[in-house]
Design a protein around this ligand. Structure first.
Ligand code: BG6
Length: 512
């Protein structure tokens, strides 16, 4: 297949040269459900260079063909769950046969390396494989090491990348040829995050490191910056004079599925609050970057997270509620007296002028009644000044960013109910991606992979940003070590424990 540059002029990216990507944890959920489908989609859309190699590194005793067979089966399953094959950039619906042919071509670029993460053998054989690719290409090709394993393996993998000199790449000693991509959660708390960062820093230079939070790659999160800073009408209102409070909801319908091993001892706080939720908050709270460049945007994001007031471990009960869904203890790989939280609600305050006294209410949970990731900016109610007797709605203007599903933006305004009498009602003004965008929205992992390939770090975490987020979360986790802090059980398919309602209601507000 002829791979070239994307021919859609509205989409710009830097086409990467040939590369090899080694995926550690290649048979795990993340690799199988996100990374390989994203790579395939990029291949179909001609976003990958003509020549590339992907090596799955895992403990199973397989060769290339067995690994390809495994991916084939997953692909067939995935395909039977999807009715349509949309080429996201060319706007064509691909006929199924064509899709099959492209898959067959794509899979030829996939290789396998058996290895145990904390034993040198696999890494040593990997070197030979990578050298073979360089020889085939007649040049040093970019090496990307993608850590998609459970976080406990990160230090072992880094140690071996270092000791076998794999980290140095084919240029031996030149950091030009290697990149490392590392998934969240980045550490378990502040100390382990710092330790991990220190280890990374000993082996790689900062420009080689891609700390992933795939929420930063979501189209709807990226759009928040454009929405806030490209439209002049919102910025004057974006402060404590006009905003009453902000709500962030991260509700997932499913439980932990087959991820018991990972989730136990991780919990929702480390799994999504420390990263995805705080990034959603940062997108609302950050100041306008001085320019739309990597470090300026990362500075603005990091400053927003730094401005969140730390909650004292002893005061955790007042501002944080944790819960566990009723059937959690029956899930596979979950211990019978597990105290792992599957729900969290928090009230966070920011110590900066813009958001002084503006609470950010956050809730995240598994086994909720529906899928709903959204941010609502609730404006102060002024309706009563003139229209007190005419039925002012309890909540007035709300600007909602729907991150997913049904991606879009909604502005609730108060209007006069049509008719002879004066009475008021609320109406939603909506922008919906489905109606507006003819093609499917780019998957976050495609964007993340594209940026790793082109070496663009804007949408990746910097270590100071992670340190501040861990500082906040570690204090809460410490507070939870006190056995008197309750873990509330909530019904499956409910909005969490009633204490989460009380958290916001005691301030005279309600979840939207
Ligand atoms: C992952 C978490 O980072 O994000 C999962 O580990 C969560 O628990 C997932 O389900 C949500 O991501 P997305 O892209 O499906 O919204």
């Amino acid at each position: 297949m002829n791979q070239g540059t994307a021919n859609n002029s509205s989409f710009s990216f830097t086409q990467s040269g040939p590369f090899v990507m080694v995926i550690f944890g290649a048979t795990g959920d993340l690799a199988v459900n996100k990374l390989f489908p994203a790579l395939f989609s990029m291949y179909k859309s001609k976003l990958l260079p003509e020549k590339f190699y992907v090596v799955g590194f895992s403990r199973r005793d397989w060769d290339d063909e067995q690994f390809r067979k495994f991916l084939n089966e997953k692909h067939i399953m995935d395909k039977s769950n999807k009715k349509e094959f949309l080429d996201p950039y060319l706007l064509n619906e691909l006929p199924v046969d064509n899709d099959e042919l492209i898959w067959k071509e794509f899979i030829e670029n996939i290789y396998y390396q058996k290895g145990i993460f904390d034993e040198p053998f696999g890494y040593e054989t990997l070197i030979k494989k990578l050298v073979g690719f360089d020889e085939e290409m007649g040049a040093c090709i970019t090496r990307i090491f993608y850590l998609a394993t459970p976080p406990d393996n990160y230090l072992s993998i880094l140690k071996h990348l270092d000791s076998t000199k794999l980290a140095e790449g084919c240029g031996q000693g030149s950091d030009k040829w290697t990149r490392i991509a590392i998934e969240k959660p980045f550490g378990r708390d502040l100390d382990t995050a710092k330790m991990l960062d220190q280890k990374l820093g000993q082996i790689f230079s900062e420009k080689q490191v891609f700390r992933i939070d795939h929420y930063l790659g979501k189209e709807t999160i990226q759009n928040l910056l454009a929405f806030r800073f490209a439209n002049s009408i919102f910025e004057p209102l974006w402060n404590s004079e006009y905003i009453d409070h902000v709500q962030i909801t991260f509700a997932e319908k499913e439980g932990i599925k087959s991820r018991g091993k990972f989730f136990e001892g991780t919990g929702i706080m480390r799994d999504v609050a420390q990263n995805h939720i705080l990034q959603m908050l940062a997108a609302i709270a950050m100041e306008q970057p001085r320019s739309f460049t990597r470090e300026e945007v990362r500075d603005a994001r990091a400053n927003a997270i730094k401005s969140i007031r730390c909650i004292d471990s002893k005061a955790v009960k007042q501002s944080v509620v944790r819960g566990q869904y009723k059937s959690y203890l029956q899930e596979k790989d979950v211990v019978s007296d597990s105290k792992t939280e599957t729900f969290v609600a928090m009230k966070l305050m920011l110590d900066n002028k813009r958001f002084a006294q503006v609470p950010f209410y956050i809730r995240a949970g598994k086994k909720m009644p529906g899928e709903m990731m959204e941010i609502s900016v609730v404006f102060k109610q002024t309706c009563h000044i003139l229209f007190k007797e005419y039925g002012c709605p309890e909540i007035g203007n709300v600007l909602t960013f729907r991150i997913q599903p049904d991606e879009g933006i909604k502005m609730r305004v108060i209007t006069k109910t049509p008719g002879m009498k004066l009475s008021l009602e609320t109406v939603d003004m909506k922008f919906n991606y489905k109606e507006h965008v003819a093609h499917k929205i780019m998957d976050a992992y495609e964007k993340i992979l594209l940026d790793i390939l082109s070496g663009d770090q804007m949408l990746f975490n910097r270590s100071d940003e992670l340190e501040s987020s861990w500082q906040l979360i570690t204090n809460i986790l410490k507070g939870w070590e006190d056995p008197s802090v309750p873990l509330f059980v909530y019904d499956d398919s409910s909005w969490g424990p009633k204490e989460a309602q009380e958290l916001i209601e005691k301030d005279g507000r309600k979840w939207i």
